[in-house]
Ligand binder design. Structure first.
Ligand SMILES: [Zn+2]
Length: 318
């Protein structure tokens, strides 16, 4: 049984400024997520999209749990003009947080024109493409700083951690926490992304002996002064309630089936033991994940925003 649908698209960008393409990569990922949400999908349960922009090539890699989501993605990528302009401003902020640099934009009009030009290029489905070629940078590959340039300024940015925990766990809850933490991370990432913050890393689920708790941690960077830990906390306070798993039961079933049977989770028993002292398997974890028990567990989650410390970075894997 096929449990996940993966692939890579690529765009050749030799004639374009790779910083602008990086912005474009961010904007089309958000535009696609919007398309999916419009169709009633929950982003937290669908899988993942990941973009990477180099000087000459931009890649977008996907992993979805549902064949229909892959089909929607392929349709989206084969369209001309996929980009929704409304995401440009927020993604500029996210990229500033990602690179810890201020972006200088002498002309918004020129930037928009360039983005439209890039959006009219054709993405290639790299999995079905047989061509082998090495593209060599040319003169025209030089970065044009009259449209977008950056100024490193690490001090103007700070890192924030969001701690997730379930205190006084039963064994069933411990198991279930393993399965739902990626859903919580996806959901937090979406919520925090809207604030122009960039996700740096996440921790595996860990057991905390003192509180008989399961915990997780996700770290973001942001521009100083944009938000406080209190305002971020306010933004994410109702996150667990808003997820409303009961309205996405089919998607949860697909997610759980992937968790139980996919190659990606085969090595998880080592993590279950080393981080939580549990001798178990992904299929036993999956068994705990009925819609009702997942919703109940989400509501029991305590979520707390704190400044990121070296200790919390150590808890996270890159
Ligand atoms: Zn980026």
């Amino acid at each position: 049984m096929k449990t996940q649908y993966t692939g890579i698209y690529r765009l050749l960008i030799q004639k374009h400024n790779s910083d602008i393409v990086h912005l474009y990569e961010h904007v089309i990922i958000q535009s696609f997520k919007h398309t999916l949400e419009q169709r009633g999908y929950s982003l937290a349960l669908c899988g993942n999209l990941h973009g990477e922009t180099f000087r000459e090539v931009c890649f977008i890699e996907y992993m979805f749990f549902d064949e229909n989501v892959e089909r929607i993605f392929k349709d989206f990528m084969s369209n001309k003009s996929r980009m929704l302009d409304r995401y440009v401003q927020n993604e500029l902020e996210v990229i500033e947080a990602e690179s810890k640099s201020h972006l200088l934009i002498p002309s918004q009009d020129k930037l928009q024109k360039k983005l439209n030009e890039i959006d009219s290029l054709t993405w290639i489905d790299a999995s079905s493409n047989k061509e082998i070629a090495r593209h060599i940078a040319t003169e025209s590959d030089q970065i044009d700083h009259t449209i977008l340039s950056d100024k490193r300024s690490k001090k103007s940015f700070r890192d924030i951690a969001i701690l997730i925990g379930i205190i006084d766990c039963s064994v069933e809850e411990k198991l279930s926490f393993y399965g739902i933490l990626p859903i919580i991370y996806n959901s937090l990432a979406k919520s925090i992304h809207e604030l122009g913050m960039y996700e740096l890393s996440t921790s595996p689920p860990r057991y905390d002996d003192d509180y008989n708790a399961m915990t997780g941690c996700i770290i973001f960077s942001m521009k100083r002064g944009n938000h406080t830990t209190a305002s971020i906390q306010k933004h994410i306070n109702s996150l667990a309630k808003d997820m409303d798993i009961l309205n996405h039961q089919d998607e949860l079933k697909t997610y759980v089936s992937n968790y139980a049977h996919s190659a990606r989770t085969v090595s998880f028993p080592i993590d279950f033991y080393s981080y939580a002292g549990l001798v178990t398997s992904p299929s036993q974890v999956a068994e705990q994940m009925s819609a009702i028990s997942v919703q109940r567990l989400l509501e029991k989650c305590v979520i707390k925003t704190v400044p990121a410390t070296d200790y919390l970075f150590e808890q996270c894997v890159n």
